[in-house]
Design a protein. Sequence first.
Length: 279
Amino acid sequence: MSTTLTDVALYLRRLGHDQPPAPTLATLRALQARHTAAFPFETLSTLLRLPVPLDLPSIERKLLHDDRGGYCYELNRLFLALLHTLGFDARAIAARVLMGEAEDAVPARTHLLVLATVDGERHIVDVGFGGMVPTAPLRLDTEAVQSTPHEPYRITRHGDQYTLQAQVAGQWRRLYAFDLQPQAEIDQVVGNWYVSTHPDSPFMGQLRVARTGPGWRRTLGSGGVALHRIGLASERWPLADADAVIAELQQGFGIRVPAHPGLHAAIEAWLGSGASSST
């Protein structure tokens, strides 16, 4: 698969840059915060049980030209390609999602993220973790609490295993566990295939959407929408039918909804199943 972006200028403009910025930590911080606001996490493809191609031209077309979002394999692959283009030292790694799992659970490595080294310091970078996506790079080699434009995070280490946690409502929540084993193209293809096709995948037939902004997070799941503002009580409201969901996708998340003949039926089936929760 191609590892070269075809429209760097458009990608950078969507992230607020007219020219390629220097590969500094300040640049990385600005790009990550802007990315989670500009490109929503969304699973419309797996709701519709459609293939999720990982070649960069397909991801570019979906995000940059079709005004869609994507999930981790799309969002973080595209962002990693941009970081390489800008001269960052970065590579893909994988994680086991722990959120909502039992303490002794060992789920598959189905989350893709990025390890970036800037000025000799290693950071994890993630623009594709749904409603709890970090909005700033996180230093890897410290267990100290780290602030972001949204929640505080921390990374704990046990041997060669790391665990990312976020502080939500005063409580630390485990998000995912990872090590630093490099992820080759085929590893990403296999993980993406599982997430997008396996009947046990939490995304199959499900709709999850998330986007960030200054001081807020907006998520769609569980048959409704949640708006979380820093320091304020969360607001939640239900979505009654497919038309209400589509309107929210367009107006609340800025997604150009695909013209698929099965979309209404897929959304109604999702709503009727009780609608899987959103992160």
